[in-house]
Ligand binder design. Structure first.
Ligand code: NAP
Length: 262
């Protein structure tokens, strides 16, 4: 039997920079088996460290079965703050399989002096707010959210996404395919060059895509900020990789043993 077959097994639900960092940090410790799970929607540069599995589990029950079959000792939900379905499934599956669950969520952005933010609860509410704020809109809400703006025929949209979007989407649309991180200089050039009146973003948090907020502030542009969906009841989030590693090292059971092994 390989050393890994007996090592404590950590499942990371991934798809974020933090998930990759956590996988690297945990595999570097050597005494753990680390599997990262990806939804498989976008092509990513390079695989995370450790083992990787790709594709849905088939809901919370499928995930619970996977946890049992693969003898998972702890789950870390390090998915994107707006990936609410997998987060809800992880909470249910961890409870039903009696596996400890930790949630890693980078903190949301906070407005600072000079920001002109319009917080809204959903993409639909963002679309409702737009006609009063401007005609040329920069959308950074991800390619899957473009449908929420498809009915706004009088507005011009510039949408940035990692992969090409698919309908439904606005008719007057320019698509920019790009992957962060972006600099403030990049964002100022884009906002000025496209004569943008208003920006729409989810409150994703993190450094990689925060430059657009600084650029919007410098140009005094309004920003419609879609608030995060709430975490499942009883779930509290840890803000960074260090906090997750620290909490794993305090869990009762095998995950802790693996982390504390010299
Ligand atoms: P979602 O709506 O919460 O999840 C939809 C379904 O996709 C889930 O029910 C699950 O299928 C599957 N899934 C999601 N994440 C998975 C993972 N890490 N491993 C295996 N299956 C997964 O998620 P989403 O918003 O479509 O996001 C998909 C992935 O992209 C997430 O992993 C997330 O971290 C990443 N991402 C999302 C955003 C965003 O804005 N939403 C941005 C950047 C990255 P089953 O029910 O069949 O298990």
């Amino acid at each position: 039997m390989s050393a890994h077959a007996t090592a404590p097994h950590i499942l990371i639900l991934g798809g974020t920079t933090e998930a990759r960092r956590l996988a690297a940090e945990l595999t570097a410790r050597g005494a753990l088996r680390v599997t990262t799970s990806l939804a498989g929607r976008v092509t990513r540069p390079g695989a995370p460290q450790g083992e990787v599995r790709i594709g849905g589990f088939g809901g919370a029950d499928g995930l619970a079965d996977w946890l049992r079959e693969h003898h998972v000792d702890a789950v870390v939900d390090a998915t994107h703050p707006f990936a609410a379905r997998i987060t809800a499934n992880a909470a249910r599956a961890a409870t039903s399989a009696s596996v400890p669950l930790l949630v890693l969520r980078r903190p949301g952005w906070l407005p600072v002096e000079g920001d002109r933010w319009h917080p809204v609860p959903s993409l639909g509410a963002a679309a409702d707010a737009l006609p009063a704020l401007g005609r040329r809109v920069f959308l950074t809400t991800g390619r899957l959210g473009l449908g929420a703006f498809a009915h706004l025929e009088d507005l011009h949209f510039v949408a940035r996404s990692v992969e090409p979007p698919e309908p439904p989407m606005p008719t007057d649309l320019e698509v920019l395919l790009a992957r962060g991180p972006f600099t403030v200089a990049d964002e100022l050039r884009l906002l000025r060059g496209r004569r943008i009146d208003v920006l729409v973003t989810k409150d994703s948090g993190g450094e990689a895509t925060a430059a657009k907020l600084t650029a919007a502030r410098e140009l005094a542009l309004p920003v419609v900020v879609v608030r995060r969906p709430p975490l499942p009841e009883g779930v509290t989030a840890l803000p960074d990789v260090a906090a997750v590693v620290e909490r794993l090292s305090r869990l009762e059971g095998p995950a802790r043993t693996g982390l504390n092994r010299p």
